[in-house]
Design a protein around this ligand. Structure first.
Ligand SMILES: Cc1cc2nc3c(=O)[nH]c(=O)nc-3n(C[C@H](O)[C@H](O)[C@H](O)COP(=O)(O)O)c2cc1C
Length: 181
């Protein structure tokens, strides 16, 4: 298998109600014209949740950086992204003695929360930090030999003004451009 060109970014985007999205839609729009970026809208591709394992594995192999982009739902990802993980990150492909296909790749969570930043703290109403809550993603990456990058997180997004949405989408574009460099 040949190595992908360094910096190729695969955005696995999971939002079950995109017609109601403000921020994730703006983020997706801000990055999809970037050369070297593949945006994959999982709910559009798999409305029936039947994730095609071989197609998804090929895409992973072809890219160097993987982004899990989604709104934070019940301290985790929307269900289809979890389904994607359950079926695509197979033993013998992603982990296990022969499972080295993802070794050396980088992966980053890009997510938005309704809760404000100070809620994600021991003293806040969500009691745990984002890094603590994201441990399953971090450890999934680790078990698959991937480096889990600092997540890109936007807090309190439902209160964002239109200008803040535009600025946040631009900062996401900048972060993705840095990963392409
Ligand atoms: C089913 C559901 C679960 C949610 N769970 C959380 C949560 O655990 N923490 C949080 O801060 N926000 C939570 N939210 C708020 C969403 O994260 C927020 O509305 C979303 O990030 C906004 O992005 P959008 O404009 O792209 O839809 C939840 C929203 C829904 C609909």
């Amino acid at each position: 298998m040949s190595s992908p060109a360094p910096g190729r970014v695969l955005i696995l985007f999971a939002h079950p109600a995109l017609h109601r999205s403000r921020i994730n839609l703006a983020m997706m729009d801000a990055v999809q014209d970037l050369e070297g970026v593949t945006v994959r809208d999982l709910y559009e591709v798999y409305p029936d949740f039947h994730v095609e394992v071989s197609t998804e594995q090929e895409l992973l192999v072809e890219h160097d950086v993987i982004i899990w982009q989604h709104p934070f739902y019940w301290y985790s990802a929307p269900a289809l992204l979890k389904e994607w993980m359950d079926v695509v990150l197979e033993y013998g492909f992603a982990y296990g003695d022969e499972g080295r296909a993802l070794h050396g790749k980088r992966v980053m969570s890009a997510l938005t929360t309704g809760g404000p930043e100070d809620a994600y703290d021991r003293a806040g109403y969500n009691r745990f930090s984002m890094r603590e809550l994201l441990a399953p993603f971090d450890q999934t990456a680790h078990l698959c030999g991937m480096k889990y990058l600092d997540p890109f997180i936007l807090h309190g997004v439902n209160q964002f003004s239109p200008e803040q949405v535009t600025a946040a989408a631009a900062s996401y574009r900048k972060r993705i451009q840095e990963l392409l460099a």
